[in-house]
Ligand binder design. Structure first.
Ligand code: ACO
Length: 344
């Protein structure tokens, strides 16, 4: 990607969506055959009925390629037009090369800069914020943001507190410069991080304090979570970030056509919906069938909402992410699809 000073900045536009879910369906009954839990407990406490697990050897990079290709096909845009590929992920194929660099190569985005982004389940909204800033700063014209996760590989499948939640999948969006000058685009973002709660949700990495020079990555490299603490944070922050952003924009919840929140637990979303008085029909959830796919959950849900006819050109969307860090990110954006993507 080459960027020269003086390039004409334009409004950033949410132009296309795409997703990929691995084939293997893992039901609550299958988990209940391995750990001390039940379908009834999982459905009541989380809203999840089944989730997808990647095939052996299938990586976040592989799934991100499939999602990126779906986004490009929807948009009718070729990979050579892409200036930047951002992959929010907590489960990259490697710390380096970045998964984004591998994805850019495999889709044929040979002129693109590429990097991974670490903000756990807020990663997709953080990625959108960066894409919008790059476009509106005149540095890029087309940015792919693809969240992709293989959480099944970093979840202790004998720990009933986490194995029921985390799953695999990929989803993303194309953010483009509005050539026509008519787009509303991203109205605003509220992003934040509170590292004092970092210990509540941890996925160790190669720089772990317990790692020894020359030694292997710590064997205890699975997700550790204080479920109730994360639950309290998520319910509080989903309400706070939404109220703060809407107030800053001078909007009410009635102005929003569709709310897509990070798919962590239906009780978190129900709680926020009640506090914010969001009508049920304005919320789109996929938890029941996909579980928590972290940075992939919002774009997977968006693509599914589009395919289900729940997302129309011109709709004003509220997207809310929250998760490890602890982090949060919300945005209000108008869905302004490119010609090829426009839902029927
Ligand atoms: N099946 C049956 N019983 C269970 C299970 C299970 N799968 N898991 C926990 N329990 C038991 C506990 O042992 C406990 O038993 P006890 O009372 O005898 O000690 C009881 O159920 C209640 O446990 P809690 O942990 O208090 O249950 P809670 O209602 O909080 O639900 C859950 C647990 C689902 C993990 C919830 O806390 C949650 O969803 N937290 C948020 C997690 C989350 O969203 N994390 C991801 C954030 S995003 C990111 O960045 C990754």
């Amino acid at each position: 990607m080459i960027s020269v000073r003086g390039a004409r900045p334009a409004r950033a536009r949410l132009a296309a969506l795409g997703a990929y879910a691995p084939e293997r369906v893992v039901t609550n009954a299958e988990l209940a055959s391995r750990v001390d839990t039940s379908d009834e407990w999982i459905v009541t406490r989380t809203g999840i009925r089944e989730r997808r697990f990647a095939a052996a050897g299938e990586t976040a990079g592989d799934m991100a390629v499939a999602a990126a290709e779906a986004v490009l096909a929807s948009a009718g845009v070729t990979a050579s037009q892409i200036d930047m590929v951002i992959v929010p992920t907590g489960t990259p194929d490697a710390m380096f090369p970045s998964t984004a660099a591998l994805v850019a190569d495999r889709i044929g985005a040979h002129d693109a800069a590429a990097y991974d982004l670490s903000a756990a389940c807020s990663g997709f909204v953080y990625g959108l914020a960066q894409a919008a800033a790059l476009v509106e700063g005149g540095m890029a014209r087309s940015v792919l943001v693809i969240g992709s996760e293989v959480l099944s590989r970093v979840t202790d499948q004998t720990d009933r507190g986490t194995c029921i939640l985390f799953a695999d999948g990929a989803g993303g969006a194309l953010v483009t410069a509005d050539e026509g000058g008519t787009a509303t685009g991203f109205l605003g973002f509220d992003l934040g991080a509170d590292g004092s709660g970092g210990d509540d949700l941890v996925l160790p990495a190669s720089g772990d304090r317990e790692a020894v020079p020359g030694g292997p990555v710590p064997a205890s490299g699975c997700i550790r979570m204080d479920g109730p603490a994360v639950f309290r944070f998520a319910t509080r922050i989903m309400v706070e970030t939404t109220e703060r952003l809407l107030a800053a924009l001078g909007l009410g919840i009635g102005d929003i056509d569709l709310v897509v929140a990070h798919q962590a637990n239906s009780r978190i979303i129900d709680h926020a919906a009640e506090r914010l008085a969001i009508p049920r029909e304005r919320i789109f959830n996929t938890l029941e069938r996909y579980g928590n796919t972290s940075s992939a959950s919002i774009p997977m849900a968006l693509a599914e909402a589009r395919d289900a006819g729940r997302l129309r050109a011109g709709d004003l969307l509220l997207l809310v992410g929250f998760g490890g860090g602890l982090t949060w990110g919300s945005t209000v954006v108008r869905y302004e699809p490119l010609g090829a993507e426009v839902p029927a």
